[in-house]
Write a new protein. Sequence first.
Lengths: 266, 232
Amino acid sequence: MSAVRVGRVGEPERVVSAAVRRRVFLRSFLLQAAWNRRGMQNLGFEYAIAPALDALYPDPEQRRDAAARHLGFFNSHPYMAAAILGGAIHHEERVARGEEPPVAPQRYKQTLQGPLAAIGDGFFWTALRPFFGALAALGALLFGWPAVVLAITIYNAIHLALRIHMFRVGYRQGDAVIGAIAAMSLPSVAERLRLGTAVLCGVAAAALLLGGARDVGIVAGGVALATAIAGQVALRLGASVLTVAYGVLFVATGAGLLALRLPGGS
Amino acid sequence: MSSYLVLALVAGLAGLERKGVLQAMLSRPIALGPIVGLALGDVSGGLVVAVPLELLWLGSVNLGAALPVHEALGAAAVAGGAVLTGQAMGTGVTLPIAALSVALCVPLAVLGRNAERSIERANERLVARAETLVLTDPAAAARANLRGLALPFFLPALLAPVGAAAAVAVIPAILRAAPSLGTPLAIAWVAFGLIAATAAAISLRAERARAVFLAAATAAAAGAAVVVGVIR
């Protein structure tokens, strides 16, 4: 899909330069700056794509029309939106060259925003980030703050690499970006990450228990464990996490006071 | 006083990073706890509270239009409250201080969610502004987006120091009036960490997550006990 350049004499080439594309990508970090109930990420999208529209439409009227069509409702996963921004530039170039009707970029956004939001929520928000959150928490227990720095650095290396990659693929391939993202099989990776996170949480629980027993004594550690098990039962019965957290804090304090009064309590 | 200004700044920046800018995990409790600690002069104190809060709120994610609790506000307030109380009492962040700071400041995370919903309504005015401006000045219409950064900054910047100040005012009084609460509160802190790890595993919404969690916890505890036994 090489660009057909219809550079008539005296007209600018209707392509967005690499420097402008980089500006759009950097602006995509502010996609949710003005998240609102009506248009959701519409202002962020408008803001991000503005440099590309400036480059493509020197004519003020065309520039206004282009800006107006990107103010419509938009909502996707903030990382995955990079792919849609790249693809929207791809389509705007074609509109500017007269190869597509002006409605094409909007149609592209509407088609992709839902599916990519689902993939992004399922991979980044409910798998990759919790995995590195749990890894950082466990690392903090075992090795202190440097482990947190390391875990977050790795998370961001992955997240930024994917964001840049998807922006590029969206720009180069337009509609074919869906196939490229499907080929990454993110849902099955996510499933494995979730089980890995469950293991990390389990090891963290063991570390918290043993560290706690070291700090407060074995009997007191047993009291804490028993309270937590009761809390887990409450969670299983459908109590909210915050209610259970307060219940556990309260009951464990009470049980601790009682245990201290018993003969043999330390 | 300057400590509270520093806390306000860090909490405000975290409020931006959390949703409006970048989203690189820097406002997650596990990062924000030690960052608040660093800013206030006690990294390890901030880290103590960061671990269970990260686990407690591991499932607090922004899916579509559904809002999670404001975990960054909660974490900034709890960490700020614990670190400043530790400094005020001259003990550093002890387990009873951590437990009381959580009990006092965690509701701010729920309050923050409600406030965030109002912010999302208020931002609709920016859409109206952009829709008017786009007819005459598309560049200015695009910049309306940046005005949305003000409220998400000020929400935690104002509330996190309030929570921390409450902790500093109340916690030393409690611990001095009832010294016998020290050990029971330390026990409560351990129990809180355990229930946070459990909540984290449940929030994963994976079929076998709970079973895997329990198996891993048992295996790790047993393994560690064996290793300790061998060393002794």
